[in-house]
Design a binder for this molecule. Structure first.
Ligand code: TMO
Length: 321
């Protein structure tokens, strides 16, 4: 008994010493860790959660607005350090380019799976028989026409920095649609709200995880299934002469990416970024708390942190808190 207690005491002292020495080393540098802030809600909320966690550990943090594609150049040079939401469909080209060049580190996947795709609210199925097939959608193109697109239908896409490849897809599949880019995410939801109230045909960009389907029931359009060859090999898919003749990945990945220099400059912060993982339900909730419930990004982040201490303390414990 006695010797067991003694051993435990020795181990406790040793463990405290190890923990303490890790804590003493953090932050490894006082330079601010620059976190990318992009133009959709879940990304901004979880960037603040990440920043708040790093600040609790003693790091300095700076939030830097960036462009969803150009960010990869900045992450490659250390002008940006951390990006918490890299989406498969819209980021894969520039993410893999920077990764292969050895400029960034793949800091792992979130638990959530993603899909970024053309989408319509429920009542549109009655106005366009055969949905969710893209061929059916194409036959009904005219009901989606607006003064600027008629006689073609309007596809309301997201901001241009979300690299969906819609124009190439419309061309490759010979669709009677004109792609109109919304200036910002809020414009997508404003148009959806107005169409929904009047039960007018609309087809627009949406994604999951997001809050939209918790408020407006609806469906993604089904295109020819995604395959990496669809983007690289014209002979693949229904159009033998064109790439992009397919939909976006279903069950796509959601990654975190960091500047490669983080591994040396802030190793413990990098280990925290690797540990952070959100589920679909959590990301839906971040988006909803701001876009529907009217919280600020910072409030939504600090509410999650207050309510989930058990979860995040596991993510940061190796850095000494
Ligand atoms: C990058 N996004 C989640 C808006 O598709």
């Amino acid at each position: 008994m006695r010797s067991t207690a003694f051993t435990k005491a020795i181990l406790a002292v040793a463990f405290t010493a190890i923990t303490f020495s890790a804590a003493a080393a953090v932050p490894e540098s006082k330079d601010p860790i620059k976190i990318t802030v992009l133009n959709w809600t879940s990304q901004i909320v979880q960037s603040h959660i990440t920043g708040d966690l790093l600040e609790k550990l003693g790091y300095n943090v700076k939030y830097v607005p960036a462009n969803d594609q150009l960010q990869f150049t900045a992450l490659g040079t250390g002008d940006l350090d951390v990006e918490m939401e890299v989406w498969e469909q819209t980021n894969k080209d520039n993410f893999y380019k920077a990764l292969k060049a050895g400029h960034i580190i793949d800091a792992g996947n979130h638990a959530a799976k993603t899909r970024e795709e053309w989408w319509y609210p429920d009542y549109v199925a009655k106005l366009c028989p055969g949905l969710p097939s893209w061929k059916a959608l194409n036959k009904c193109a005219e009901i989606f026409a607006t003064p600027e697109t008629k006689p073609k239908g309007r596809y309301l896409a997201g901001p241009v920095d979300w690299k969906m490849g819609d124009k190439q897809r419309v061309e490759a599949l010979g669709m009677n649609f004109t792609v109109i880019n919304a200036g910002q995410a809020a414009s997508l939801w404003a148009e959806l709200k107005s169409a929904y109230r009047r039960k007018q045909p609309i087809v627009l960009f949406n994604w999951t995880p997001n809050w939209v389907e918790t408020v407006y029931p609806g469906h993604f359009v089904e295109f020819p299934p995604f395959d990496p060859k669809c983007i690289s090999d014209p002979s693949w898919g229904p159009n033998p002469n064109a790439t992009h003749d397919c939909g976006s990945p279903k069950g796509g990945w959601l990654k975190k990416a960091v500047w490669k220099g983080m591994a040396k400059k802030w190793p413990c912060a990098l280990s925290v970024i690797r540990n952070i993982s959100f589920t679909k339900e959590e990301l839906d909730g971040f988006a909803k708390s701001v876009d529907v419930d009217g919280m600020s990004y910072e409030q939504a982040a600090s509410k999650w942190l207050t309510d989930h201490k058990n979860q995040w303390s596991k993510w940061v414990s190796q850095c000494g808190v």
